[in-house]
Design a protein around this ligand. Structure first.
Ligand SMILES: Nc1ncnc2c1ncn2[C@@H]1O[C@H](COP(=O)(O)OP(=O)(O)OP(=O)(O)O)[C@@H](O)[C@H]1O
Ligand SMILES: [Mg+2]
Length: 508
């Protein structure tokens, strides 16, 4: 028996600051939407026990915000009063918490609290099931200052962590409404930014694509969110791989990968132009929720443990790995649902397969260089189809191109020029509509190296004068090289000397 006890209970203030610190506003909103989906799934399971829910039609979550308020309203079954008293407002899941229904998203028991504390100071929740309803009004500042009445003989006085709930009128369509006001300054500024709703809708459309495809509706500021279209292109030459297996841990794994878009023509990104790559890379889903999107880092395979880093050349590739489990605790995700637990054994085992698949694509993008025209013809002949409809197949099928021995090794030359200058060149070449690439090719033809063949000695003599801020004068040529070139020739040599070929000197 210890002589003393050191008090380790956290203060409410510290706790609230800590849980809200490392999560983005977007991810908090996703946490609230996750709860709507779990509610909908639970309601479907109540109608009749099912394994995985494939039909969410009729369920909707509406998110609305302005600079001074935030609301989320759903019709997803509501929270029972007994659940609210014992579990819903508890920080962290209690060991005896009933599961949220099979294949849930919620598992830590923190999402809703973290989200509302992050957004604002005054929170009103009204939730109604078909049998009962409650309301709660939380003023966070007051709640933080509220301490329990000290209990005689016990010390120190514990803080009061409870929230007050009141019975309320039931609503026709069962569901939950969370309304938040007195928003924090940074949050209010994000809501006031006109681009925030668009970027949130993009994230929502991507991360809930599977649920939206199954009929769930999400509305952001009055606009229905459209789901991200996961596609792969298939043809007689291109076929996606689909591996489905149950991992040793019991987690169900489904890996689909293939060609989502046409691979790039050039091997380097076009100067100044960001390629559209949001669809490419690896996606990781847990119980249908996207956890990592279009990853090109070592969070999946790229640059992981000696594996090649992502390269522009690999664009066109999509890989999706989905983990499902009745018990969300078994899945490789962290509390924000925005990171994978990369040490998770089921994930590590999947990564081995993901690397093999990525390797097939890398090899293809190398081989296609030997017959780019034919590769492009075949790629264009593949038609997009819904990724999740892909049939099981043990390998990724792509055309094989065998490098020929006499193939010409090509090098890409790219350089940047002010757009106004390029426009002038186009005009002077007589066609303002020509592409930049055409200007480049014409430019090389229009600026040939007009230098006569030089002997090695002559070239070395000239190169001693380079680099030089100006073309050598005749006097400098006399002094250093001992011979002269025409003015045009010496100007051209000054410009192109790095690329000037050498010719051998033969004694006849
Ligand atoms: N919109 C809702 N509809 C129905 N039930 C809800 C809703 N919002 C919250 N709940 C209930 O409140 C509980 C607590 O939610 P909270 O997001 O805090 O934790 P969680 O979902 O259990 O776990 P996680 O931290 O992983 O999200 C949920 O488990 C659910 O039972
Ligand atoms: Mg949750």
């Amino acid at each position: 028996m210890a002589t003393h006890k050191a008090h380790a209970t956290p203060t409410k203030d510290f706790f609230v600051r800590m849980i809200t610190k490392d999560i983005s506003l977007e991810d908090c909103i996703l946490d609230l939407i996750d709860n709507c989906l779990d509610g909908a799934r639970k309601a479907r399971h109540a109608e009749g026990p099912g394994v995985r829910v494939d039909d969410y039609s009729g369920f909707v979550a509406k998110v609305d915000f302005e600079a001074n308020r935030f609301d989320i309203v759903d019709n997803c079954g509501g929270i029972k009063i007994s659940e609210a008293i014992d579990y819903a407002f508890h920080f962290g899941r209690r060991a005896n918490t009933p599961t949220d229904g099979d294949y849930s998203i919620g598992l830590y028991g923190i999402g809703m609290k973290r989200a509302i504390f992050k957004i604002g100071n005054v929170i009103d929740i009204h939730s109604s099931t078909s049998a009962e309803a409650f309301k709660t009004h939380i003023n966070v500042t007051e709640w933080l200052g509220k301490d329990a009445v000290p209990e005689p003989g016990k010390q120190p006085p514990s803080e009061d962590w409870d929230f007050d709930l009141d019975d309320a009128e039931r609503i026709q369509e069962t569901g939950t409404k969370i309304a938040i006001t007195e928003l924090y300054q940074g949050i209010s500024a994000q809501f006031a930014n006109p681009t925030f709703a668009n970027s949130l809708s993009r994230i929502v459309g991507r991360d809930y694509a599977q649920f939206l495809a199954k009929g769930f509706e999400i509305i952001v500021n009055g606009q229905r969110v459209l789901g991200f279209d996961f596609v792969v292109r298939e043809s007689e030459h291109f076929k996606a791989i689909r591996l489905q297996y149950t991992d040793d841990s019991g987690v169900e794994v489904d890996i689909i990968a293939g060609m989502a878009g046409l691979p790039p023509e050039d091997l380097e990104p076009p100067e100044g132009k960001r390629a559209e790559t949001d669809y490419y890379g690896w996606f990781v889903l847990c119980n249908d929720r996207v956890v990592i999107a279009s990853d090109k880092s070592n969070r999946t395979v790229w640059g992981d443990d000696g594996f090649p880093f992502w390269h522009y050349q690999y664009n066109g590739f999509i890989g999706v790995v989905s983990f499902h489990s009745r018990n969300a605790n078994q899945l490789p995700w962290t509390t924000t649902k925005r990171e994978v637990d990369s040490s998770h054994p089921a994930y590590r085992r999947a990564v081995v397969k993901m690397k093999e698949i990525s390797r097939s694509w890398i090899n293809y993008t190398n081989e296609r260089k030997s017959d780019m025209d034919e590769a492009k013809r075949r790629e264009a002949g593949a038609t997009p189809m819904p990724l999740f409809n892909v049939a099981p197949r043990a390998s990724l099928e792509v055309p094989r191109f065998v490098a020929t021995t006499n193939r010409v090794v090509v090098a890409n030359i790219s350089y940047a020029k002010p757009a106004s200058e390029v426009a002038k060149v186009k005009k002077s070449l007589g066609n303002s509509n020509m592409t930049n690439k055409e200007v480049g090719l014409k430019g090389v033809a229009a600026d040939p190296i007009m230098v006569p063949h030089l002997t090695i000695k002559e070239k070395i003599a000239l190169d001693r004068m380079m680099p030089s801020p100006h073309s050598p004068t005749d006097g400098e040529m006399d002094g250093a090289a001992g011979f002269r070139l025409l003015r045009d020739q010496i100007d051209a040599y000054h410009r192109h000397y790095r690329h000037y070929p050498m010719f051998g000197e033969i004694q006849l």
